[in-house]
Design a protein around this ligand. Sequence first.
Ligand SMILES: [Zn+2]
Length: 94
Amino acid sequence: MDFTRDQLELIRKRLRERKATTACTVCGHSDWIVSGIHMMSIGDTPGGLVLGGASLPLISLTCKNCGNTLLMNLKVLELERELVKTAEGGTTNG
Ligand SMILES: [Zn+2]
């Protein structure tokens, strides 16, 4: 799912507010691609998959130069409500 222009601006604004504007730790470039929401399943059972279990809402930032990819937690960024509901049409649990 691609973010709207308004959503991208909201994400960039929040990252600036949190001073999360570092250059890529691998190559030093500072151009990042913000991609869609990734729901990462979390659990304590190795190899186990719990349908409907807890998950973390993440966005990824990918360096345009080398592909280094960072995952940012939307709960910590306090963007879950603004982004996950509109993207998934529902809420997250966990
Ligand atoms: Zn890089």
